[in-house]
Design a protein around this ligand. Structure first.
Ligand code: MG
Length: 427
């Protein structure tokens, strides 16, 4: 029998007037929702999403499908309410939940996620994010275009690509993990992760045992770092796994050929139900030990293509188009001075070009390369850039002035006219 304990804390933060986050603390279903939308919309959406799980714990057994269904019910309720009440139009909410469920007669921890609120797991002292952020910057981090630290400060960090209540259809990430004694799970809104690094979060989770106290310490840390958003933290500890993890470990063939941690991870993934089995990339025998299966790889459900999806694609296309425009502007709206066929010349564009945009000769200056004074050579050889043509011309004018200064002073030449008198003698 699995035993959990949990604690949470939520705060409006240092800047916002209202706390639009909501949470639900157990005993078997734990939820964090971060509402969005003007007026009261965000508060209402996140509260409705959390309330959709009420009554779930009265069921004799809860399955992961039950949890996913609750998220879909929450989506329909928020969507309908938003459509009926103009004051709440367009409201939505993220949702991340962890629930003690039953699969094949055994306890599992089910995690479901929509949006950019996160689930983490601290296991063996190591913290790992186990949910995917459904956000523009989340996609950029997964693609390797920016780092997690850069994402934290990115101007578009708040744009989510999925939320509860925005569309009639919703795609929910869901996956299951074996409960393991000593593992600690964290659910949080982005008000925590935008302010506090994963390392600092891990430090608190490792040192403060009481889940309420640890959650409050993390909320305090977010506020100390600026508290720019509502912040909600919910911690769930597995205090007893009923020897489930140990039994699963014992069932792993050749487990002793792996290090302790790898064997444990393998056990975790071997034990998930058949419908999750594709998440285990291969058997322990041919699996590369240095590339363990990703515990957070979500199970994809149906993807709904609707006008909102189309609109989202259009927005992304607009961003790409904007990016191309920016690239074009960056590549062409600059000047530099270089030597072209022995002559100092001004070019439009970036030295070497950008993408398919090559620089072009803007104007020749008539200055011979051999005449350029030494102090200007570095700037020319380094192809120093100028924001405007005028600045490039000023640079060239300075070169020209210096050449003139360095020219030897003009010598005054005196022309002597000799008058020759020719005497003609007459015989
Ligand atoms: Mg937030």
């Amino acid at each position: 029998m699995t035993a959990l304990r949990a604690g949470g804390a939520s705060d409006v933060g240092q800047i916002r007037a209202v706390n639009q986050d909501s949470m639900r603390v157990g005993p078997r279903i734990f939820v964090v929702a971060d509402g969005m939308g003007g007026h009261q919309g965000g508060e209402v959406a996140s509260a409705m999403a959390v309330e959709a799980f009420d009554g779930g714990e009265q069921l004799a057994t809860v399955t992961v499908n039950e949890i996913v269904s609750r998220v879909q019910e929450a989506n329909e309720l928020v969507f309908e309410r938003s459509a009926q009440d103009p004051a709440l139009s367009g409201m939505g909410t993220t949702l991340v939940a962890i629930a003690l469920v039953v699969a094949d007669g055994e306890d599992r921890l089910a995690i479901v996620n929509v949006g950019d609120s996160r689930a983490y797991r601290l296991t063996g002292g190591q913290l790992e994010q186990i949910s995917d952020d459904h956000s523009l910057v989340g996609d950029m981090v997964r693609d390797g275009r920016i780092t997690k630290d850069q994402a934290r400060e990115h101007p578009q960090k708040n744009i989510v690509t999925r939320a509860v209540g925005i569309d009639r259809q919703i795609e929910v990430d869901d996956f299951q993990l074996l409960p393991r004694t000593g593992d600690r799970y964290l659910l949080c809104s982005d008000g925590l992760t935008d302010e506090v690094t994963d390392d600092d979060i891990a430090g608190v989770l490792r040192t403060i045992d009481d889940p309420d106290a640890a959650a409050q310490a993390l909320v305090d840390m977010a506020n100390q770092h600026g508290g720019r958003d509502n912040v909600t933290v919910l911690i769930v500890d597995v205090v007893d796994d009923g020897d489930l993890a140990a039994a699963a470990s014992a069932a792993v063939p050749d487990a002793d050929t792996f290090s302790h941690d790898e064997a444990s991870d393998t056990a975790t993934f071997l034990a998930v139900p058949d419908d999750q089995a594709h998440r285990q990339s291969s058997t322990p025998h041919d699996r590369q030990p240095e590339r363990p299966p990703d515990p957070a790889a979500p199970t994809k459900r149906q993807r709904a293509v609707t006008w909102r999806s189309v609109l989202f694609v259009a927005v992304v296309a607009g961003l790409v188009g904007g990016g191309l425009w920016l690239a074009n502007d960056y590549a062409t709206n600059t000047y530099y001075v270089a030597i072209e066929e022995g002559e100092v010349s001004i070019f439009k564009g970036r030295p070497g070009g950008v993408l398919w945009l090559d620089p072009s000769l803007e104007e020749s200056t008539g200055i011979d390369a051999d005449d350029v004074p030494a102090e200007f050579l570095d700037d020319i050889e380094d192809e120093r850039t100028f924001a405007t043509l005028e600045r490039a011309r000023t640079f060239v004018a300075n070169v020209d002035d210096r050449i003139t200064e360095l020219e030897p002073p003009p010598t005054t030449t005196t022309t002597t006219t000799t008058t020759t008198t020719t005497t003609t003698s007459t015989p």
